[in-house]
Design a protein. Sequence first.
Length: 138
Amino acid sequence: MLKRFTRKIVLNAAILCLVPRGISYSQDEPKTAKKRESIEVQIKVTDKKTQSAIDNADVQVRWAEGQEADFPSAVTNSKGIARLRDVPRSVVVIRVIANGYKTVAPKFDLKAEEQPIKIELEKETKTGDESVAEPRES
């Protein structure tokens, strides 16, 4: 748990270092620019073998060619549900990390996917290096 918390702090600090401080938006931007439709995404994380909910799993959503979201992650509750707001209705990659399970990062098309999005995790079979399960094709 402490390892994952430390990893999150380091990752967030690295991201903050990369963000320019004085971002200013041009007043000359066209007013016809369409705002992307955003939705709340619910993800249900379960054990693939037992179908039981996995709590305290870290869920990250990425879109726009690998860019991380403004609200990049959430943690599953005791029912295995994580909720993320302001996610664009587009194709996204949802990465799930949980202790004792293989990390997965499947793609989903949020224009067609039903909620909650169900992701099943397999138990990790080896110790040491982080294992990554094969991504699911939608």
